[in-house]
Design a protein around this ligand. Structure first.
Ligand code: PEP
Ligand code: MG
Length: 315
């Protein structure tokens, strides 16, 4: 019976009232594609392209990238694939993009800032993605990392469209971008919230530093309030708002994120089954009640305890 259950087709993510919440995979290599599909990923919500080139000392060519992106899009034919432009800097340095040493690399020339300072590299990547898209039939979306201004949103969206990308968006992982989401979303096609960096920057606690690891908790009501800002802006602008940070892999927090306005969730493939099961227990109205409960807590711990109690009282 166990084997039969494992082989059973996995349905799409949905709430108890039928509201679809697509469940997508975070990937850093094309090797991860097949296992993710087997675990029921409905597509890719974050493909971390910088992982492909961590060991390269020079920028990859268009042809080299095109081959990798074609492999990825082929594995997800007919499905949505959100590819992130190179997110170089801090925890993911790329020698061909981050050449100056920095004292505070998390606050430095990283993400879209580094790409902009090296625009030919960004152009090559977008061209390779558009070329791969033209010969495959996945639904390719491309997003910029570490956006902190409306102007960067305009810059990236315009350039991506010029180079043949049909759906261009931005990551919201800097508090400034979350606070101005109502101005950012009208300028682009979608947003995806990176809760790892959003938590790091909201709590001013280096995500790589063990001594402040307890601050890196996306249940913190300040982080959730920012997520709620983006969710509201998405509804107003009629644009999708995904989540692609680790928070989406915590089943009960995933429910809260949906209550705050997330329209899809992306996570490591191993987390998909538990999140799918948890989401199916609640209606959209219940997820919104949980979100209110979490927002009114004073700390991450209080938020988690209060939402857990509310969930237990329903079952
Ligand atoms: C994030 O910051 O939440 C995110 C998804 O990106 P990364 O973890 O790669 O910085
Ligand atoms: Mg990030």
């Amino acid at each position: 019976a166990r084997a039969a259950a494992a082989d059973a087709p996995v349905g799409p993510g949905a709430l108890a009232d039928g509201t679809p919440i697509p469940l997508l995979a975070n990937l850093g290599s094309t090797d991860g594609a097949l296992p993710a599909v087997e675990k029921g990923a409905e597509g890719v919500g974050l493909f971390r392209t910088e992982f492909l080139f961590l060991d390269s000392d020079k920028a990859p060519t268009v042809a080299e990238q095109q081959e990798k992106y074609t492999q990825l899009l082929t594995a997800f034919a007919g499905k949505k694939v959100v590819v992130r432009a190179l997110d170089a800097g801090a925890d993911k340095p790329l020698s061909f993009l981050n050449d100056e040493p920095e004292e505070n690399p998390a606050l430095g020339l990283r993400g879209i800032r580094a790409l902009r300072a090296n625009e030919p590299i960004l152009r090559d990547q977008l061209t390779a993605l558009a070329n791969a898209d033209a010969v495959t039939d996945a639904d390719l979306w491309v997003m910029a990392p570490m956006v902190s201004t409306v102007e960067e949103t305009r810059y990236f969206t315009k350039l991506a469209r010029e180079l043949g990308i049909k759906t261009a968006g931005v990551m919201i992982e800097v508090p400034a971008a979350a606070l101005l989401a109502d101005r950012i979303l009208p300028e682009t096609d979608f947003a995806s919230i990176g809760t790892n960096d959003l938590t790091q920057y909201t709590l001013a606690a280096d995500r790589l530093l063990g001594s402040v690891a307890s601050f890196q908790d996306p249940w913190h009501p300040a982080v959730l309030r920012l997520v709620g800002e983006v969710g509201r802006a998405g509804v107003t602008a009629g644009k999708p708002v995904g989540i692609c940070g680790e928070a989406a892999a915590d089943p009960l927090l995933a429910v809260v994120l949906v209550g705050l306005g997330a329209t899809s969730l992306s996570m490591s493939a191993a987390a998909l089954a538990d999140v799918r099961t948890e989401l199916a227990r609640y209606t959209l109205a219940q997820t919104q009640e949980f979100a209110e409960i979490a927002l009114s807590a004073n700390s991450a711990v209080e938020a988690r305890v209060a939402v857990t109690a509310a969930a237990n009282s329903l079952t």
